[in-house]
Design a protein around this ligand. Structure first.
Ligand code: ATP
Length: 195
């Protein structure tokens, strides 16, 4: 089994590539989706969170009150660190379950915006980065979300830069051109793994 770590930056096109690979029938683990799931009512992860922070972080329905959790994490770096540690561990368990379940598949994808920030490259065979120059990242993010240039730039600054990620990736998928051009690169790279 070849494990491909798929990552990118804000609006670089990672979800576009991920959807394309899924369409081809390749199993994809969605790290962001998993992070939402592990915080669902009744999950062991949510129990760990209430053990750590109390029932005050729950909504009346027993779900995680994300606003309240974010408020506490914002005011206390210790809370933020503990929250991240609990959620990251739970997501990594899910990831490892996914990898075990797909042992027999020739190729699987770990789709994670923070793949490199979280050190997940160590469980991958190759890292694919969906790349855009920052100016185009800002342009596409503004079109997509209606955020201002300042808001987008501020979010980009909080992540590892795509230039830095580029140095750590084995494959760079350049998304400055058309979608077709992007898909052609994906097909070419896949053919190297699945001849
Ligand atoms: P984020 O992690 O910020 O959600 P992402 O890396 O997953 O972003 P996408 O959602 O795939 O990025 O793409 C960002 C936006 O750019 C979307 O609106 C998408 O339709 C558009 N886009 C992606 N690729 C291209 C392309 N080659 N040409 C024009 N627009 C594109």
């Amino acid at each position: 089994m070849t494990v491909i770590g798929l990552t990118g930056g804000i609006a670089s096109g990672k979800s576009t590539v991920s959807a394309y690979l899924k369409e081809k029938g390749i199993p994809v683990f969605d790290a962001d989706g998993a992070a939402w799931e592990v915080e669902k009512a009744g999950s062991p992860c949510l129990r760990e969170l209430t053990d750590a922070f109390g029932e005050g972080i729950l909504t009346p329905e027993g779900e995680l009150d994300r606003k309240e959790m974010a408020r506490r994490a914002f005011h206390d770096p210790g809370v933020l660190q503990q929250l991240n540690a609990i959620v990251h561990r739970a997501v990594e368990q899910k990831r490892d379950g996914f990898l075990a379940a797909h042992r027999q598949d020739p190729v699987v994808i770990l789709d994670a915006p923070l793949l490199l920030e979280c050190g997940w490259e160590k469980v991958t065979d190759t890292v694919w980065l969906v790349y855009l120059p920052e100016e185009e990242q800002i342009r596409r993010a503004m079109i997509r979300s209606g955020m201002t240039r300042e808001e987008v730039t501020d979010r980009i600054r909080k992540q590892m830069s795509l230039e830095e990620k580029k140095k750590k990736a084995q494959v760079v998928l350049d998304n400055q051109g058309s979608l077709e051009a992007l898909y052609r690169q994906v097909d070419r790279e896949l053919a190297r793994i699945l001849p």
